[in-house]
Design a protein. Structure first.
Length: 94
């Protein structure tokens, strides 16, 4: 039988990640936590993506996600290779 490697959240707006990690951390203590947030917010009424913040926002959020228990941090919709590199750099300095 397959066993989970981690528990986490994918394709979620960045502001929702920290509350989700905090809520699930105790219930999922046996597994590392992960998060792969979107890099933009989808606006269905106009069929467009609206970019999420800048470097300062990512730095603040990644620090908060790590403090909430995230071990694996990546990206989903609209997260560019440059943003992944930024996230990697932030994690490396913590």
């Amino acid at each position: 039988m397959a066993r989970p490697v981690a528990v986490g959240f994918n394709c979620v707006p960045p502001p929702l990640i920290a509350p989700l990690l905090r809520r699930f951390s105790a219930a999922c203590a046996a597994f590392p936590l992960m998060c792969y947030p979107n890099g933009a917010r989808w606006e269905a009424s106009t069929n467009t993506w609206h970019p999420y913040g800048g470097k300062d926002d990512w730095e603040r959020d990644v620090a908060e996600w790590r403090a909430a228990g995230a071990v694996f941090i990546g990206g989903c919709c609209c997260v560019s290779p440059a943003t992944i590199s930024l996230i990697r750099g932030i994690v490396a300095t913590q």
